[in-house]
Design a protein. Structure first.
Length: 565
């Protein structure tokens, strides 16, 4: 039995955030066998909340959470213990490889407790985080479905669960749109001045505002946005960049170049959403463009207000946000056909060729020999985010490797937010795990190191249904062909549009069987492949994919048109 004095002292220390004091008091006065599950959970929390926590602190926290769970498996403290155990195991595994072993135990405890706690939103969100990190889409899908019907689910979790559907096949664009429209109506509503009060007719130019959290050359959208801004006619347009970039003391690496492309660069990170709307409206914006999408839940709700006469979604997220006050979405005829337009609540503005254009890179571009000529084996590759590698992709890539005996597959994720080894395990049942070369993204942190990896790849393989975009442009810029699969909505037809605009239609597949066949064909017909590769390297920069000046002109014409309407 814990004395009331000790209990009060522990509670007081915790309230003051004196976490080490809580730990010391508990260790000194309470033996483990007398420690109630609630206190075990509290000590684990203190271990986790310490400012200077290290590997041993996290291990210790996990032990305390496990203790709480085992002492009260079906009770409130057991629920807290297992939820904290799951969250801490994921947090720890991201920072220390040694803690990855705890993920398997977290899955075991999830399976033991899911029937008891499946209605608890904290348990569900922790579990979804676990299976996301473990790249387990089956469980992610099941948990996401439970979150969507749980009345206690925060709106952010519901929208994230809808967003997850982009990664899997068994859904439709209509289902996605219907769901996102319903939940987007619950976004916070902010006050905006009536547009008639803003006196937009006083503008001598069209004021265009871009809103994003990624105005930095460390992010992929920079390479699509930079030349678009650079070539916009300043006799017609005045450009504002409204930034939510997150960084210590607002010192964002790689931000200076894009700052210089704007007439005004306005840092809004320290302002709440209502203050942001007030500041944006003071700039008398005619056209406000979202370059972030629902992936930045905290800020996309800005567009739930009528801030400007024209509000557009472009570039950052290739699907609808479902927000009524976003009037348009910029696409092209390849990613959204005429008959598919009704599946999107926004009006679709179609660029003449492709919905974006890439500026390329500043370091020297040189032709390089296809690696199979020196390696004596053929190398496939994908540098996409591992979350985009669906089970169908694994199966297709496995078949390719089975049929291409003297081959291997290079994989590197663009995200650190996953257990990369899980990808390799998925190839084990196909008997091709020995052909997988898994690269650590930490070793390729610099852009040139990442881009130079394409020199080691003969043929790139796109992901589906969530296509790569930046990675496909990168590969083509380096002269590496990319096999793509034509999908069923904007998000899953990005690769199709990119390759169609490249002119190399033989790289487009209409189904998974054809995708596999094309990859195998190039493996077996290496002379044809070398001719394609050489031709692509010499001509790709002359296509609409990299003609950024022409793209910007078309982009400006589109903005002029909607501004008049």
């Amino acid at each position: 039995m814990i004395s009331s004095y000790i209990k009060q002292k522990i509670e007081s220390s915790f309230a003051k955030k004196e976490y080490q004091e809580v730990i010391d008091i508990s260790d000194k006065f309470i033996e483990k066998k007398e420690r109630p599950p609630g206190l075990a959970c509290l000590i684990g929390t203190c271990k986790f909340l310490k400012k200077e926590k290290n590997l041993e602190d996290l291990k210790s926290a996990l032990d305390y959470f496990e203790e709480a769970y085992k002492k009260d498996k079906e009770g409130i403290h057991g629920l807290s213990g297992i939820t904290n155990y799951i969250n801490t195991s994921v947090f720890g595994a991201k920072r220390y490889n040694q803690l990855s072993i705890y993920l398997n135990k977290a899955e075991k405890y999830y399976n033991e407790t899911r029937d008891n706690f499946e209605k608890n939103i904290h348990f569900l969100t922790a579990s979804k985080k676990l299976f996301s990190y473990q790249l387990d889409k089956f469980h992610q899908k099941k948990i996401s479905e439970k979150i969507l019907i749980n009345p206690e689910s925060p709106l952010s979790e519901k929208i994230d669960s809808i967003f997850f559907q982009n990664y899997v096949f068994d859904w439709s664009q209509k289902k996605y749109t219907d769901q996102i429209k319903v939940h987007s109506k619950n976004l916070p509503i902010y006050n905006a001045k009536n547009l008639s009060e803003i006196k937009l007719d006083e503008n001598k130019k069209i004021h265009v505002g871009f809103v994003s959290a990624d105005f930095t050359d460390q992010h992929s959208i920079f390479y699509f946005l930079k030349d678009t801004l650079k070539y916009m006619n300043r006799d017609i347009f005045k450009i504002y960049l409204f930034s939510f970039n997150r960084g210590k003391n607002n010192e964002i690496i790689g931000q200076e170049e894009i700052k210089n492309l704007a007439d005004e660069f306005i840092d809004l990170e320290q302002y709440d959403n209502q203050e942001c709307i007030d500041l944006i409206q003071k700039k008398k914006i005619n056209i406000l463009i979202d370059v972030m999408g629902i992936t930045f839940f905290e800020r996309i709700s800005l567009f739930n207000a009528r801030i400007a006469p024209v509000q557009i979604s472009w570039l950052a997220y290739c699907n609808t946000n479902g927000i009524e006050n976003i009037d348009y979405m910029i696409a092209d005829q390849n990613v959204i056909s005429k008959k598919e337009e009704e599946l999107y609540p926004e009006k679709i503005l179609k660029m003449p060729e492709i919905w974006n254009s890439h500026c390329g890179y500043t370091f020297e571009r040189k032709p390089h020999e296809s690696p199979f000529k020196k390696n004596n084996y053929f190398t496939f590759g994908s540098l996409n985010n591992f979350h985009k590698i669906s089970d169908e992709v694994i199966e297709a890539w496995g078949k390719i490797l089975q049929k291409c005996e003297n081959s291997k597959l290079i994989l590197k994720s663009s995200s650190f937010d996953c257990n990369a080894e899980k990808i390799k395990h998925k190839f084990e049942k196909l008997g091709v795990e020995h052909k997988i070369d898994l690269l650590d993204p930490k070793n390729y942190a610099y852009k040139n190191d990442h881009i130079n990896l394409y020199k080691n790849i003969d043929l790139a393989l796109d992901t589906f249904p969530y296509n790569g975009v930046t990675t496909t442009f990168e590969a083509l810029w380096m002269g590496v062909p990319v096999i793509v699969l034509k999908g069923f909505n904007f998000n899953s037809k990005c690769g199709y549009s990119i390759i169609k605009n490249s002119g190399y239609l033989d790289l487009i597949s209409n189904n998974i069987e054809e995708y596999v066949e094309k990859a195998v064909y190039f493996y077996n017909n290496q002379n044809d492949f070398l001719k394609l590769k050489s031709d692509l390297y010499n001509k790709i920069l002359l296509t609409s994919l990299f003609k950024t000046k022409k793209f910007s002109e078309n982009f400006c014409n589109l903005l002029i048109k909607v501004n008049k309407n």
